[in-house]
Design a protein around this ligand. Sequence first.
Ligand code: ADP
Ligand code: TRP
Length: 333
Amino acid sequence: MAALFIFGVILKRVLSGIQPSGQLHLGNYFGMMKRMIHYQEENDLFSFIVDYHAMTSIHDGKRLRDNTLNAAMDFLALGMDPEKSTFWIQSDVPQVTELTWILSNVSSVALMERGTSYKDKLAKGLKANMGLFSYPILMAADILLFGGEIVPVGKDQKQHIEMTRDIAVRFNQTYGKVFVVPEPDIDNERQLVPGIDGQKMSKSYNNTIPIFGEEKAIRKKVMSIVTDSTRVDEAKNPDCTLFHIYSLFLNEEETLELEERFATPGTGYGDIKKSLFGKIMDHFQSFREKRTYLENHKDSVYETLRNGAEKASTVAEEYLTRARNAAGLNYKI
Ligand code: ADP
Ligand code: TRP
């Protein structure tokens, strides 16, 4: 039932939730978004911005609202196509919270207590709220409510998918088969994009190169990528942060050319950084224009999101009704 049948080909339902996590950077794009958006070409892609999940860590209404809308505009600007996929904001389909409650009753406390992200937060001395404790049940509801078959996630989310499978099986055994048991699609090959200081690029390390920031700010970040003290008239070692970031934008042949440029004395790091800056601006130019357009046409963004939520709700209603009926929340029939 989850699969879509088009021209005799069965498309798999690929589903993923994305945290609205602040200003977007090259690490997010090359590590996750590009791959995510690509799924829409060959699959029945369901993806959504998980603002309910973000509530477990953001307790500022304005910040959550801004981050959510910005994340949606980022995805749309980078190529998420609402004609090819179903794209919505999690809280626009609130049925997911009802399913979370239903699933809570077949999810054991012990299962939640094994959650590594929950345990990590406790270990760091953070006081966990119930939202954080039952985060995996909301995530299970996200997946099961839409019949997700394949869930692309990073390694850190593997345990959450295993929990979802556990919960789906437990529900189906208790009440009869309602839910699809999903498979994770873990990207083991994903390389970490380094930040300007050489550590993993992350907004928490303040070492990012943003995609949609002001041109001047992006230039400044690129120019401050760490390099060693090799002089202009010496050959340079390509196993370095500048080379790794630059090669994200290059095909095989161009990467070899860059290697050559590093090996040939006469070019300073400053010149290479300037060409990298040009590459970044060229690569993202059309996306940046689209992002500005969306920023100035928010009504069209709201409409796109409303349509996405409507499409998603239709599927949600179907699964939720079956779950309600199976569990006995149907005294009238
Ligand atoms: P940040 O570390 O900046 O807070 P998030 O944790 O919000 O980023 O990550 C959002 C998505 O982007 C995740 O799927 C994550 O795996 C991916 N991602 C973030 N930083 C990188 C990076 N440096 N290299 C590859 N992928 C990354
Ligand atoms: N927990 C995921 C993360 O932090 C986000 C998420 C929420 C998700 N719901 C989901 C991912 C459903 C896949 C499917 O990245």
